[in-house]
Design a protein around this ligand. Structure first.
Ligand SMILES: [Zn+2]
Ligand SMILES: [Zn+2]
Length: 427
C-alpha cells in the first residue's frame, strides 16, 4: 500500500545539519545530510547507508551536505542526486571544509571522493525514478543550481523545499511556485523557516542604499570590504555592482575567485548570463599576498569570503581596513550570533583586537531565503490548492522563527507541525 512518512534526523528547530528520511512505500530516501560547523561539529542522527536507497541533495551548502561523506565509508554506497552545478560546487565546498575543519571530522578525503563519485547530476524538471517513486527537481531560487524535490508515490505527493527564495535576485530566478501549484494536491510539505518571523527589506531599496554607501566611501578614496559567501552571495554582489556601474576598481578574492568563473559553464542557471559575464570581465581577481598588500594601498571594493569573517582573505582585509576612518566593512549576509561578523556589528570590534574599529560598519539585507510574509503566502497557496489537506512540516529555522511560523499557519487553519529531531511524522 502507498504510504509516506518522514523521520527527522536533524535541522528541526535549528539551522544546520538538515537531514530527513522520507519513507515512500518500499523506498527510503534521504533528503540532505548536513553538518553544523560550530566550535564542535554536530551531525544529524545516525543512519546506516544500507538503509538508504538514494540521497536527494537540495544544494551543496554545508548545512545540507556536510555529513554526506559519513555514508561512504562502508561497502554500500547510495547514489546522491543533485543538479550538475550543485555537483560542481559540492566539490569546491567539500575541499574547503576539509582544509579548514578536516582535523575535527570523522571522515577523510577517501569518503569525500567516494561520495563525489556516486553523485548523479539531474537537472531541473528531469523526472527520474527510484523504484515506484517519481522525483522531479525544481528551481528553489536560493543559490544557482539549488533545488526543491517533488516526490510522488502513486497519488501521494511530498515537496521538500530545501532552502528557498520566492523573489528574483540579480543572479537567479525565484523558486518555481507555479509548477508546485500545478502539481497540487501536495500531501506533505517540508518547508524551511529561516526567516519565519522576520520581514526582509525591499530588495531594490537595499541595493540603492548599499551602492550609495559604497560610493560615499570610494569618493573619499577609501576601501570597501564586502565579506560574502563564496558561492551565491559573492556573485550576487558582483551583479548588483555591475547593474549600478560604479566605475571603481572591483576586486574578488578567496574561494569566490574560483567559483565565479565556474558559473559561466552553467549559464542556464543564471538569470542574465551576459550581464554576469560582463561583471566578471570588470572584476580583478586577487592572486596571492603581494597583490593583497598592493590593493590595500589604493581605493576600491573587495568582495571576499568568509561572509561572517570567520577566516579567509576577508579577515585579513578587515584587520587593515578596520583602522581607517575613510573606509568601510559592509556585511551582506545573515550573521550567526557569536560569529566574528556579528561581534563586529554588535561590539564594533574585530575579534582578537582590543581597539574599536575606526572604519564604518553596516549590514545590508541581501538574503537568499524567503522572508516571513512570502513564506506564509507560499505555504497558504500550496495548502489551499491542496484543499487544506497538506501536512506542513516546519524545519530549518531557530526555535523562535519556526514557532512563530507554526502559530501563524495554525491561526490560519493550516495543519502545521513543528517537529523535534528524532520525531517520526506519518501521513
Ligand atoms: Zn543554503
Ligand atoms: Zn540551509
Amino acid at each position: 500500500m502507498d504510504n509516506l512518512s518522514l523521520l527527522c534526523l536533524g535541522g528541526c528547530r535549528e539551522v544546520g545539519r538538515s537531514a530527513f528520511l522520507l519513507e515512500a512505500g518500499e523506498k527510503k530516501i534521504l533528503l540532505d545530510y548536513g553538518i553544523s560547523l560550530n566550535d564542535v561539529p554536530s551531525f544529524p542522527l545516525h543512519i546506516s547507508p544500507s538503509e538508504i536507497d538514494a540521497v536527494l541533495l537540495s544544494h551543496p551548502h554545508l548545512d545540507h551536505s556536510g555529513s554526506l561523506p559519513l555514508l561512504f565509508s562502508s561497502r554500500v554506497k547510495p547514489p546522491v542526486y543533485t543538479t550538475p552545478l550543485s555537483k560542481a560546487m559540492l566539490e569546491y565546498l567539500m575541499e574547503d571544509m576539509m582544509k579548514i575543519s578536516g582535523r575535527y571530522l570523522p571522515y577523510e578525503e577517501y569518503e569525500v571522493r567516494e561520495m563525489l563519485d556516486k553523485t548523479v547530476a539531474v537537472d531541473y524538471k528531469d523526472v527520474f525514478r527510484i523504484g515506484d517513486v517519481e522525483i522531479k527537481p525544481l528551481n528553489a531560487g536560493h543559490v544557482p543550481g539549488s533545488c526543491m524535490f517533488l516526490i510522488k508515490l502513486g497519488r501521494l505527493k511530498a515537496l521538500y523545499t530545501g532552502d528557498i527564495n520566492t523573489v528574483d535576485t540579480r543572479l537567479i530566478y525565484s523558486a518555481e511556485i507555479q509548477e508546485i501549484l500545478a502539481e497540487s494536491p501536495i500531501d506533505l510539505l517540508v518547508v524551511e523557516a529561516t526567516y519565519g518571523s522576520r520581514l526582509h527589506d525591499d530588495r531594490r531599496a537595499t541595493e540603492k542604499s548599499f551602492v550609495s554607501s559604497v560610493l560615499d566611501v570610494l569618493e573619499n578614496n577609501g576601501l570597501v570590504l564586502v565579506p560574502a559567501f563564496a558561492y551565491g552571495r559573492a556573485q550576487e554582489m558582483l551583479c548588483v555592482l555591475e547593474a549600478y556601474k560604479s566605475g571603481f576598481p572591483l576586486y574578488m578574492d578567496g574561494m569566490a575567485r574560483r567559483i565565479s568563473p565556474t558559473l559561466l559553464s552553467f549559464k542556464h542557471y543564471l538569470k542574465d548570463p551576459a550581464t554576469y559575464e560582463s561583471a566578471l570581465q570588470n572584476t580583478l581577481f586577487v592572486r596571492g599576498s603581494k597583490e593583497r598588500r598592493k590593493l590595500l594601498k589604493g581605493s576600491g571594493i573587495v568582495i571576499s569570503p568568509a561572509g561572517m569573517l570567520k577566516g579567509g582573505p576577508a579577515l585579513f582585509y578587515a584587520r587593515s581596513i578596520a583602522k581607517r576612518s575613510n573606509s568601510a566593512i559592509f556585511l551582506v549576509s545573515y550573521q550567526i550570533p557569536g560569529t566574528p561578523g556579528d561581534n563586529l556589528l554588535t561590539l564594533g570590534r574585530i575579534d582578537g583586537e582590543a581597539e574599536k574599529v575606526a572604519c564604518s560598519v553596516k549590514w545590508f539585507d541581501f538574503s537568499s531565503h524567503v522572508g516571513k510574509d512570502e513564506l506564509v503566502r507560499f505555504v497558504s497557496a500550496v495548502a489551499e490548492a491542496s484543499g487544506n489537506s497538506t501536512k506542513v512540516v516546519i524545519v530549518h529555522g531557530d526555535e523562535a522563527s519556526s514557532a512563530s511560523l507554526e502559530t501563524n499557519l495554525r491561526d490560519m487553519g493550516f495543519n502545521a507541525l513543528l517537529p523535534r529531531n528524532g520525531d517520526l511524522i506519518k501521513l
